[in-house]
Ligand binder design. Structure first.
Ligand code: BTN
Length: 265
């Protein structure tokens, strides 16, 4: 393993997010490395960061573009005491924390697109994936919270299929961004928001999520396994579902791909 540039921001307090940061030059996916560490007993809050991923993965079976030396690719091991059903809400909580961290480097430009996209100026700069590891009969063992953020990617480095849709902190602000400082802010905000939810439930962070929502009031189309539905977004409900006013009446969206009318234009 190479020297770890993130060691300076490890908090060293076991059980707090970012207490220990494992750093790799190249991995297939930080999700896989974190799964192995979790299996070996790594504590809550352990972070795995890679400089590049050869098989980075996103939601819905997509690949996550992970070139070296530019961005943040990480998986955080969480060991919640909550039931499996709460895992999707944990990824919304992570979204708020990531938005707050991005706010420190791109003030006023940040938004969240349900469920897990981090936006700067209306384009995707990051995404979150929450994978539950379960024990047959014993429920949730841990959650592997994967966060990818395009930090210093330049416009020329965006692959053709993402052009016009993806961005980075550097593109949105016009300035290079210190990845270590951004990571420190992310661990700090996530630790704080995570504890808030443990103590007071998802309701405690829902207003912050709503304040960052790119979708509220917008006309969207949602595609999921059961088909397609269009409507106007009214907000998030107490479970973290997206509330839609569709032509057929109110709808509650638990999963799916949301497209905003007029986005990316
Ligand atoms: C999405 O589809 O928006 C979620 C993307 C999550 C990507 C991150 S990068 C670090 C971690 N390792 C992976 O393979 N995926 C996640």
């Amino acid at each position: 393993m190479p020297a770890n540039p993130y060691q300076s921001i490890e908090t060293g307090t076991p059980g707090r997010i970012g207490w220990r940061i494992h750093y790799f030059d190249e991995v297939g996916s930080t999700q896989k490395v974190a799964a192995e560490l979790a299996e070996a007993g790594a504590a809550h809050g352990t972070v795995v960061i890679a400089e590049r991923q050869s098989a980075g993965r996103g939601r819905m079976g997509r690949a996550w573009h992970s070139p070296p030396g530019l961005n943040l690719y990480q998986t955080i091991i969480l060991r919640p005491t909550t039931p499996l059903a709460e895992v999707p809400r944990l990824s919304l909580v992570a979204g708020v924390a990531a938005a707050e961290a991005l706010e420190t480097v791109a003030p006023g430009l940040v938004a969240l697109k349900w469920p897990n996209d981090l936006w700067l100026k209306g384009r995707k700069t990051g995404g979150i994936i929450a994978e539950a590891v379960t024990d047959p009969g014993r429920g949730l063992r841990c959650v592997l919270l994967g966060i990818g953020v395009n930090v210093n990617l330049t416009a020329e480095q965006i692959p053709d299929d993402l052009r016009g849709k993806a961005t980075s902190v550097r593109i949105a602000t016009g300035r290079p961004c210190d990845r270590i400082a951004l990571e420190a802010a992310l661990c700090n905000r996530l630790d704080s928001r995570y504890m808030e939810v443990q103590d007071h439930g998802f309701a405690a962070v829902r207003p912050a999520w709503e304040a960052y929502s790119a979708l509220t009031g917008k006309r969207v189309t949602v595609i999921d396994a059961s088909g397609r539905i269009a409507g106007t977004v009214r907000g998030l409900d107490a479970e973290g579902a997206l509330m839609l006013e569709a032509e057929s009446g109110p709808a509650r969206i638990l999963t799916g791909e949301v497209t905003v009318e007029g986005a990316y234009d």
